[in-house]
Design a protein around this ligand. Structure first.
Ligand code: SAM
Length: 299
């Protein structure tokens, strides 16, 4: 069991690491990106977040030779508070490699996979109360259908929600897969893929935490500081794309004033189009297939 780091060289290139800089890895995972950041630092320092206790323990071991890193077992949505508590108010760069690690996907106990029989869990943070089982067994038909439709872009969302209500309580992943199989019987791919994605996003509130962290991350950036984000599905990528666009768009009223500095955005988007994994990476790591990298710089 191993996590293959996605877009490793590209992420490091866009972070343009300064030897003495202060960096944040918001998604430590297996420590792959963090190791590259630490290798590029001299007197610099890294703050590494993960909300998953397993990731923190695993990466601490991978990075045991590096003294200049602090591990923060928390959601990256609390980045400002966690850094401020440690006397840090500005950083040179932050990386977010979103979604799940292979450790999480491949561990049947975690309930992320629709390929194995296990409990309906899907929590990235094992301390959290809300799990997929709670959502499936307590939400109304409308709430469930909305989750499947919005977070999974599932066209049969209402039909699936209706069957869930009729058959609950559901205890295992395969009970849910069976319902998806019955409704999506014409589906070419896996019938439960979109429902599982939707539930995972809902359990971990993934889109809202992304919006929160983007706003705080740009606030924290020093001049020439970089924000690099790797996304794995269109809902995440859309949030990042629109956020970047809004950050660089000039205020229409200020734009009319003849004072140049007033209407120059403090940010520039470094990736006009998203960066995709190269052919070789796609061949070596099928999970990189849906990855897209975008980067922003404070001027
Ligand atoms: C794709 S993996 C990161 C892999 C890592 N870049 C590497 O190279 O090994 C994503 C990790 O981010 C964590 N994560 C996802 N969302 C998070 C959040 N909101 N706050 C903290 N950690 C999060 C997950 O628990 C997972 O371990």
């Amino acid at each position: 069991m191993k996590h293959l780091t996605v877009l490793k060289e590209e992420a490091i290139q866009y972070l343009a690491i300064k030897e003495k800089g202060i960096y944040v890895d918001g998604t430590l995972g297996g420590g792959g990106h963090s190791k590259c950041i630490l290798e590029s630092l001299n007197e610099g320092y890294l703050f590494a977040f993960d909300q998953d206790a397993f990731a923190i323990g695993y990466a601490q071991n991978v990075l045991k030779d590096y003294p200049n890193v602090t591990y923060i077992h928390n959601n990256f949505r609390y980045i400002k508070k966690e850094l401020n508590d440690r006397g840090i108010y500005a950083i040179d760069g932050i990386l977010l490699d979103l979604g799940l690690s292979s450790f999480q996907i491949d561990d049947p106990e975690r309930g992320f996979t629709y390929l194995k029989e296990t409990s309906l869990d899907m929590r990235m943070d094992q301390r959290q109360a809300l799990s997929a089982e709670t959502i499936v067994n307590t939400y109304t038909i409308e709430e469930l259908a909305k989750i499947f439709y919005i977070y999974g872009e599932e066209k049969n969302s209402y039909k699936i929600a209706k069957r869930i209500i009729e058959q609950r309580p559901l205890k295992t992943t395969m009970e849910l897969v069976k319902i998806c199989d019955q409704v999506n019987y014409k589906e070419k791919g896996h019938s439960a893929k979109r429902v599982f994605q939707a539930l995972r996003i809902a359990v971990n509130d993934e889109l809202r935490v992304l919006e929160d962290v983007l706003a705080d991350a740009v606030d924290l950036l020093k001049p020439d500081g970089r924000l690099v984000v790797i996304t794995f599905h269109s809902l995440e990528d859309r949030i990042v794309k629109h956020f970047f666009r809004d950050e660089v768009s000039e205020d229409p009223i200020l734009k009319k004033l003849p004072i140049p500095d007033l209407h120059t955005s403090p940010f520039e988007v470094l990736t006009r189009k998203p960066i995709y994994p190269k052919e070789e990476e796609l061949l070596n790591n099928p999970r990189s297939k849906s990855a897209k990298l975008r980067a922003l710089r404070r001027r």
